[in-house]
Design a protein around this ligand. Structure first.
Ligand code: FUC
Length: 792
């Protein structure tokens, strides 16, 4: 049967070509940031890459490449910087609590403020000789820069292109000088814990490679193709090592810290770093960093670069490719991203820009947060300073939580793990703070915390006072369970942490004259002063108690505690509607309708909480809307991003989209020192501007887009809850919903066209669209398709 045979061969050949083509087809051309010039400014222009542990910014300079990097655990301050460091705690500070509460009851808020300042604030950072302004509180530290100078020097290049490809998580630089073509390829390989920088040229070239760091040197050497630098942070002697293996077809020499390569068409640097930090309270030290570095560099010894690249791409795409967003209508993408961003700002209806910004958040999360790494700080993993803004620390009155909002819904549950583990590690120091300041059970963390268990209230009133940080973080552990349905995780890891966060509130809440339980003293993040009854505290307490009640039910344990939690929850002062129809920020009806403050803390119950929703509590949702309108749309980076999420929960897609545009627009003004709201937007590298750069805005915006397309906080999975007019047609694939579901949703002419849903376990699934609800039976692993007509 020769005919059949040849048919078979043709078929095989065809399939082979299709297979070859597939990766290229799967790549979305719009998912690239690119520029026709090198970066000159770290914050605004350099491009971020990472391997979870390390964050690297590359500039793409022609005469000199600058690879600025840090490793997430490199911190100044902490217990080894000063014998006085006490995690901020003040033993027996709680003795002043009754007096403070009495003053608040009597309306003597000024006096109460003074006493809180004196006794219920944490210990301020001790200034240290030769240290940064953050003293023994410390700050995340840059590790330094690798400079790579090609022999051609500062020549004028042709065809220059600097690019970050989100499809593959690779950075590249290409240009031509005369007839010689130059290419650089950069990527982070998480499985191996290394960064890879590959320099190639069509003719042999020479290179000089040097390392610069602000930290003192203990040892520097070059042996067996490996450059090693050991140093330490000045104030706390935190030891670190950074090293790279060089692989080249050229000749390598070494002198005085400088590696010289000549006659090379290819130079690979396989780079890593580690420190002796460990997040174990109270020592925070003890990691065998030298062997980590040695093992990593040994593991790449005989690896061709293509193997490292392949391993990286498959690791990265296994996460990144889970979600695809297609919005119909994309501008000309053949212009550099900074120009494209400008066009967008000037009114170009560039849906591709919106897809790009959404996926950039996911790219940044995969690059900066993987199991075993530090959680993302205010700048993710990208920091070029020894004294970065707000110490590049962990702020828990919105910022740290927002950084992780997209994790579950955009199908990156694994990337959530560093935050969940870090939260569990805060329990031990947080218990001590709860005991010292409030004499309660449970644990707390306040406005900001460092890598060394500073869980006390911050050292000044009012900004530093916010014990609600712990209950808010506990929400993340519960949500991880809700999305993954991993009962083992809930039992062993999440529930104990959640329960202790709830215990704090059970002990701390106190009855006021109306008989309701209130939080006193309390403070609505960074707004107003100390008083009794900040709404956000009540909403957080409600949330953590409510989640514990549900968790105990799922686990079939702790019935007695659950009953007590329920009693307390139901006695908390409920959200109040004030004289101008607003949701009250405090127990007293004192909100100013002219106030434009960036924090909108009293809307926690709307998002990320679930106590308020348009369907179940329409009056409260209306009041939240009144408050939101009064605050206006302007705000810092993260404030704009939060408002996207609020409007999405209020089902106003157009308003959410307006705020999304404001996040993407080119950031104006100077980098620091100007008013918070005037410079918000995004820099040309699309990193969000608080200003200055703060990663929470990127992440909050990515979460906001997901929230516009799918919501699941209210029991039913709601499809396209806040679709803006301008998103007439499109498709999103792979979003996750609570209950363990994965969804693809397609819409046309602004209406649901069809959707498909896959469940992790058997059961019945409730879906809703535009107020209509259906329930469908579903079998684990099998997709069920539904059409928009199902909701007619
Ligand atoms: C909170 C905010 C500030 C800033 C800081 C890092 O305190 O109020 O705007 O984002 O965190």
């Amino acid at each position: 049967m020769p005919h059949l045979k040849s048919l078979k061969r043709t078929f095989l050949l065809l399939s082979y070509f299709i297979l070859l083509l597939l990766p290229a087809l799967a790549q979305d051309k719009t998912l690239k940031l690119w520029y026709d010039k090198p970066a000159t400014d770290w914050m605004r222009e350099a491009l971020p890459i990472g391997n979870g542990y390390m964050g690297v910014m590359f500039f793409g300079g022609v005469g000199e490449e600058q690879l600025q990097f840090t490793e997430g655990t490199l911190w100044s301050g902490g217990p080894h910087s000063s014998p006085k460091y006490n995690y901020g705690n003040k033993p027996e500070a709680w003795k002043y609590l009754p007096e403070i509460r009495q003053l608040i009851k009597e309306g003597k808020l000024k006096e109460a403020n003074q006493l809180v300042q004196r006794h219920l604030t944490g210990i301020a950072p001790a200034k240290l000789e030769g240290s940064t302004s953050w003293g023994d509180y410390g700050a995340q530290q840059t590790m330094g820069e690798l400079y790579v100078k090609p022999g051609h020097g500062e020549a004028a290049p042709q065809n220059y292109r600097r690019e970050l490809d989100l499809n593959t998580a690779t950075g590249s630089v290409s240009y031509q000088i005369g007839k010689t073509k130059y290419k650089r390829l950069y990527f982070g390989n998480y499985p191996k814990g290394v960064m890879v920088y590959h320099f190639t040229s069509s003719r042999p070239e020479k290179y000089t490679i040097t390392y610069k760091t602000p930290h003192p040197k203990d040892e520097e050497r070059f042996e067996n193709d490996i450059y090693t630098f050991r140093g330490h942070v000045n104030d706390n002697k935190q030891a670190f090592e950074t090293a790279y293996r060089i692989i080249t077809d050229g000749k390598v020499t070494y002198e005085n810290g400088s590696v010289q390569v000549s006659g090379a068409k290819s130079v690979q640097l396989i780079h890593t770093a580690a420190t002796d930090y460990s997040w174990e309270y109270p020592t925070y030290k003890g990691t065998d960093y030298k062997s980590i570095v040695a093992k990593r560099l040994e593991s790449v010894k005989n690896q061709p670069i293509n193997a490292l690249l392949k391993e990286h791409t498959s690791d990265y795409t296994s996460l990144f490719n889970r979600v695809a967003l297609t919005l119909e209508g994309s501008e000309n993408i053949e212009v550099p991203t900074n120009i494209r961003q400008q066009h967008y700002f000037e009114g170009a209806e560039d849906r591709g820009m919106e897809e790009l910004y959404f996926q950039y958040g996911r790219y940044l999360m995969i690059s900066a947060s993987r199991p075993g790494t530090m959680p993302m700080n205010l700048q993710g993993k990208w920091n070029n300073s020894t004294s970065p803004p707000w110490a590049a620390d962990y702020h828990t009155n919105i910022n740290l939580q927002m950084l992780y909002w997209p994790a579950e819904v955009t199908n990156l549950a694994e990337c959530h793990v560093p935050l969940l583990d870090y939260t569990a590690a805060l329990v031990a120091p947080g218990r001590q703070s709860a005991k010292d300041f409030f004499n309660t059970r449970g644990w707390i963390v306040n406005t900001m915390n460092n890598a060394y268990g500073y869980t006390a209230p911050g050292w000044e009133v009012p900004w530093g006072f916010f014990p609600g940080g712990a209950g808010w973080l506990a929400q993340h552990l519960w949500e991880h369970y809700e999305y993954t349905q991993d009962a083992e995780y809930l039992k062993k890891q999440a529930y104990p942490v959640m329960k202790e966060a709830a215990l704090f509130w059970i002990d701390y809440l106190t009855p006021d004259s109306s008989g309701y339980l209130v939080s006193s003293p309390s403070y609505s993040p960074e707004h107003g002063g100390i008083s009794g009854g900040a709404s956000m505290d009540h909403q957080i307490a409600w949330d953590v108690l409510n989640n514990c009640i549900q968790a105990a039910k799922v686990l079939g344990t702790d019935a007695e505690f659950a009953q007590q939690a329920q009693q307390v929850r139901d006695k908390i002062l409920p959200p109040q509607i004030g004289s101008w129809g607003q949701l009250q920020e405090w127990k007293e009806d004192v909100d100013d309708p002219e106030n434009k403050h960036r924090h909108v803390s009293h809307l926690f119950a709307l998002h990320p909480g679930r106590q308020i929703s348009p369907l179940e509590t329409p009056e409260l949702a209306k009041a939240a809307q009144v408050s939101l309108e009064a605050r206006g749309d302007e705000g810092t980076g993260w404030s704009l991003a939060w408002k996207i999420n609020f409007w999405a929960r209020l089902k106003d897609g157009d308003r959410a989209h307006k705020l999304y545009k404001m996040v993407i627009k080119p950031a104006g003004g100077k980098s620091t020192g100007e008013s918070f709201t005037s410079g918000s937007g995004s820099y040309s590298n699309l990193l969000d501007a608080h200003p200055p750069f703060q990663l929470d805005g990127n992440m909050g915006a990515t979460a906001g887009v997901a929230e516009m397309l799918l919501q699941s906080q209210a029991g039913s999975i709601e499809l396209l809850p806040a679709l803006p007019q301008v998103w007439q047609a499109g498709e999103v694939k792979g979003l996750r919903a609570r209950g363990g579901y994965t969804l693809d949703i397609q819409w046309k002419e602004g209406k649901l066209h069809r959707a498909s849903i896959k469940a992790d376990k058997d059961g019945a699934c409730s879906l809703s669209y535009q107020g209509k609800q259906i329930t469908i039976p579903i079998v684990a692993g099998k997709s069920v398709k539904i059409s928009g007509k199902n909701f007619l």
